[in-house]
Design a protein. Structure first.
Ligand code: GCB
Length: 586
């Protein structure tokens, strides 16, 4: 068994994808989304021999029967006859048989290709949950781990003219040392959950660019792949143009219209290098902390937030698949009066982030270091850091993101402090223009006194914590007299509070899971939180009821965490109005 784990780990480690940068946005892409064939493989027959020694993957499913040369061998699978599934999309909501499934699924589609002289080709995945191995025409391109961030492989030398077989092994088995770990409160949606694209670039191309604004000037750094050449950068509306030769340029003394929720101004930017050209939309703003205030563009701001999962609104909701799915959630948050979103508990899609930016939401983006992960494992740390870098690289240029958050409700111990301390140092090394946080916990020292005591708060810019007075602790009325002891001198964000209610379940306001109870809970919590000195923002937990296998209560939960202000179909509970009235009054 040990040998098997070792061989599997070795295979997974040696073929890592190319990383860094902005490969897909603003470029010529062919979406490979659509109907793919799939084979469910709970025993990993496509990988292992019957004695569990590692089967050379090229001799099994990657060979793709359709293209299989050796017709004399017994082949017990056929992608062409296998059922079809939508990509992007989770498998759990597309087949009743796969609703609770955690294991391996093989995907296959064919890709028509016509080579062009002087071009290179990359295969880009928006996200695959959780692990995957990708092959084309029987050549394994590599593997990726981490369910919410993009990765890509160069396929220039692998694609052949005509039809190509693209096979992806996906596995969403949870693991003790993974990020997230075995236990978490959301649905483990498996599959190729975000778009797959074929991207073409010239021999020398812009691999990455980063733009930032410090209040007086705009800095741009670019990096190239395949050679060196000058890069021209233009922001036409500001009349800015420069040729970058050494990888960096600064436009001094510029006065752009600043991005803010009331005026989410974005500018077109064009970068060109030889035949390569990328276009994007970027905003300019500053964010910093002064004492216990958060300053956006130099002025104190109150974050009227809500937390949400990347799960669509609908009768059978699943992982969001499209811009329309993201828009429906964002419109609900707009109606609630929000100017801020906590994108919980892992990186949401790029579409979600971009649309939120256009619509004027400040954003908190988060890593799935959730509850009690394996703090002492160096491999777990490396995994978390990779996910962090992939998230930051994808979204560095989004002005809407004001906070990177590294963890949620993690237990206090030295290993965790060191692990998260290293992640925080990494964030600061890569980005000095944003705030760093982590959602901490509060403790009741007795029913009337709550404390937030956590050495991690010394490393973050903001003291953020989750609290559930009136739900997991006490009653809504207890909010009236609860006293708080919170580290002083930093801004405070209450990153979660709330309770459960089933939409349409009415009764007295002392009855759990009724809309009336939840409305009272919110009224009492909002009064209590408003009294906290240094309060800079709040995030009700959460916008929409979301699927969670930890919530089986029949007739009420039925596999949904019912703490949404709207239910899974978008219907508003009474508490929605309570929060909206509060936001209108601030
Ligand atoms: C929390 C977690 C969140 C859960 C929520 C709950 O503290 O951060 O992920 O879903 O509580 O509903 O219990």
């Amino acid at each position: 068994m040990r040998r098997l784990i070792f061989i599997t780990a070795a295979l997974l480690l040696t073929l890592l994808p190319a990383r860094a940068g902005v490969l897909a946005p603003g470029r010529e892409c062919v979406s490979l989304g659509g109907r793919w064939h799939y084979i469910v493989d709970p025993m990993d027959t496509g990988i292992y021999k019957y004695h569990m020694t590692l089967q050379k993957p090229s001799k099994r499913f990657f060979a793709d029967r359709h293209f299989y040369e050796d017709k004399t061998r017994l082949v017990e699978y056929d992608f062409d006859k296998a059922p079809l599934i939508d990509v992007p999309g989770d498998w759990n909501t597309q087949s009743e048989r796969l609703y609770y499934y955690e294991g391996s699924v093989w995907y296959r589609r064919t890709v028509d290709f016509k080579p062009e002289a002087g071009k290179r080709w990359f295969l880009y995945f928006g996200a695959v949950n959780y692990k995957c191995m990708v092959g084309i025409n029987n050549t394994i391109l590599g593997t990726h781990k981490g369910g919410f961030t993009p990765f890509w492989f160069e396929v220039t030398d692998v694609l052949k003219e005509g039809s190509n077989s693209l096979v992806v092994w996906v596995n969403n088995t949870r693991g003790q040392s993974e990020v997230p770990t075995l236990n978490y409160d959301w649905w483990n949606y498996g599959g190729i959950t975000r778009d797959v694209k074929l991207v073409s670039v010239p021999e020398v191309f812009i691999k990455d660019y980063k733009i930032s604004f410090d209040g007086s000037g705009i800095d741009i750094t670019v990096s190239l792949d395949g050679g060196s050449a000058p890069v021209t950068v233009e922001i036409p509306e500001l009349g800015l143009r420069k040729v970058i030769r050494g990888g960096h340029a600064r436009f001094c003394k510029v006065k752009p219209e600043l991005w803010c929720p009331e005026n989410p101004k974005l500018y077109d930017i064009v970068l060109s290098c030889g035949e390569d050209r990328i276009t994007d939309r970027v905003g300019f703003r500053t964010v910093r902390v002064e004492g216990d205030k958060i300053l956006l563009n130099g002025k104190p701001v109150f974050l009227k937030g809500v937390a949400l999962h990347d799960e669509s609104i609908g009768v059978n909701p699943g992982r969001c698949r499209s811009e329309q799915d993201a828009r429906a959630l964002l419109e609900a948050a707009k109606d609630l009066g929000c100017n801020f979103l906590r994108l919980a508990h892992y990186p949401h899609s790029e579409e979600m982030v971009r649309l939120a930016e256009e619509m004027g939401f400040m954003l908190w983006e988060e890593l799935p270091c959730y509850w009690n992960i394996d703090w002492s494992s160096e491999e777990t740390y490396a995994n978390a850091e990779t996910q962090l870098l992939e998230m930051m690289e994808r979204d560095y240029n989004r002005a809407a993101i004001i906070i990177w958050s590294v963890a949620n409700e993690t237990p206090r111990n030295p290993e965790r402090l060191s692990f998260l301390g290293r992640l925080i140092a990494k964030v600061r090394e890569k980005d000095s223009g944003r705030l760093v946080s982590a959602a901490l916990e509060k403790k009741l020292v007795d029913p009337r006194h709550a404390v937030v005591e956590d050495e991690l708060a010394e490393l973050t810019d903001i003291v953020s914590f989750n609290q559930y007075e009136g739900w997991y602790d006490g009653t809504p009325a207890d909010c009236d007299s609860l006293s708080w002891q919170i580290p002083v001198g930093k801004p405070i964000i209450v990153s979660e509070f709330g309770g459960g209610a089933l939409y349409g379940n009415h009764g007295s306001d002392s009855e759990l899971f009724t809309e009336e109870y939840l409305a009272l809970l919110y009224r009492k919590n909002l009064e209590m939180l408003s009294r906290l000195p240094g309060l800079c923002g709040i995030c009700p937990w959460c916008l929409k009821d979301f699927r969670s296998p930890k919530r089986p209560l029949t007739g009420i939960q039925d596999d949904f965490n019912r703490k949404g202000l709207i239910d899974e179909q978008g219907r508003r509970k009474q508490a929605f109005g309570v929060v909206r009235d509060y936001y209108l009054s601030r």
